[in-house]
Design a protein around this ligand. Structure first.
Ligand code: SF4
Length: 350
């Protein structure tokens, strides 16, 4: 039987409708306790979230979910560059305590790892999941239940790792979960290789964008990021749109992030990622108080050993140089972890 988009959507809308009564009661009960309200909840109350689900699923018919624009008919089993069909696969869903401090809080970040990836870096540090596709096939309802479980055990957010190629499933699952009581911020934890037009569908759904900005030069992106020479241009456009949608990083009275843009940049050996250009770009195109995490934890993995420039860890000088540039360009909201590492490396150096 030919699987249609309508078939997918119909079952989820039916499920949503059948839960309305209990959801209203649950929502009313929670109102006293909850000051903050998720972006996707407001969209659902305006009656617009179902339309976004339909719009997102329609893209699976001729996939343009990311800038590669393969055109694969994923609903009928075709796979594009990401090697994903429209069958949703998840590797794990757990509280994570290694993310940025405002995402972790006391209860952890509710992290869901999706199998496969649309970027496919040669140095991928999650290659068994992203390249080999380890994981289990699940339905959108199961994904919704995973979100609710993470909320129940005290996580502060739903952290969607490598979400781009499965965005329609996510939007559908969020709607189902909202109707069952999900009230946590969504963190869109992406490689940054996003299409500007596709991000518009997420406007009013995502509360926190957590994009990487990996490389600033087309030739380096071509070499290291699955031949994505347009990565610098696409990621820059995407980050500007993310900032337009959610603004600067904001936290509640406990210091837990509730909304905003948080950019990650991984310093690479021999500074091949163009860290100086990255910092200059942020300083010139976004408020200087934009949250930026300059990360030190690169280690060679997957196919990195085939590339002499990146087959070692970074050294102290490279990291300190990156942090010096951040200071010179006047970035004022650097991740506290970056600052601690800089202090640690400074002691080592002198
Ligand atoms: S998400 Fe996958 S199939 Fe769709 S355009 Fe990107 S690489 Fe191609």
């Amino acid at each position: 039987m030919k699987l249609t988009r309508r078939h997918f959507i119909k079952s989820s809308l039916f499920l949503g409708g059948s839960l309305l009564l209990s959801d209203s009661l649950l929502y009313a009960a929670n109102q006293k306790e909850l000051q903050w309200y998720p972006a996707y909840g407001k969209l659902e109350q305006k009656g617009k979230l179902a339309q976004r689900v339909e719009e997102a699923y329609s893209i699976f018919e001729e996939c343009e979910l990311c800038p590669r624009q393969c055109g694969a008919d994923r609903l009928n089993g075709e796979e594009g560059f990401c090697e994903a069909s429209a069958r949703l696969m998840v590797y794990s869903a757990n509280p994570h305590f290694g993310e940025e401090i405002s995402l972790v809080g006391k209860g952890g970040s509710g992290t869901i790892f999706f199998s496969k990836c649309n970027l496919r870096c040669v140095f991928c540090q999650n290659w068994p999941i992203a390249h080999k596709g380890y994981g289990k096939e699940i339905r959108d309802d199961d994904l919704a239940d995973m979100m609710l479980h993470l909320q129940k055990i005290g996580c502060h957010n739903i952290n969607l790792v490598t979400p781009t190629h499965v965005m329609p499933h996510i939007v559908n699952a969020v709607r189902i979960a909202f109707k069952k009581g999900l009230r946590l911020p969504l963190v869109y934890n992406t490689s940054g290789y996003e299409s500007f037009e596709i991000l518009k569908i997420l406007d009013g759904i995502v509360d926190i964008y957590l994009p990487d900005m990996k490389f600033m030069d087309a030739d380096q992106a071509e070499k290291y990021l699955g031949e994505a020479s347009d990565y610098p241009e696409m990621s820059q456009q995407a980050v500007l749109e993310m900032h337009r949608q959610v603004g600067l990083h904001r936290a509640d009275s406990r210091g837990v992030a509730v909304r905003g843009l948080m950019i990650r940049h991984l310093v690479m050996p021999n500074l091949v990622a163009g860290t100086d250009k990255f910092i200059k770009w942020v300083a010139e195109n976004l408020p200087k108080s934009t949250y930026v995490n300059i990360m030190h934890q690169y280690f060679p993995d997957y196919e990195a050993f085939d590339y002499p420039d990146i087959w070692r860890r970074i050294n102290v000088q490279e990291y300190l140089e990156a942090m010096r540039w951040a200071e010179q360009y006047g970035l004022t909201n650097l991740d506290s972890g970056s600052i601690k590492i800089r202090k640690f490396y400074e002691k080592q150096k002198f």
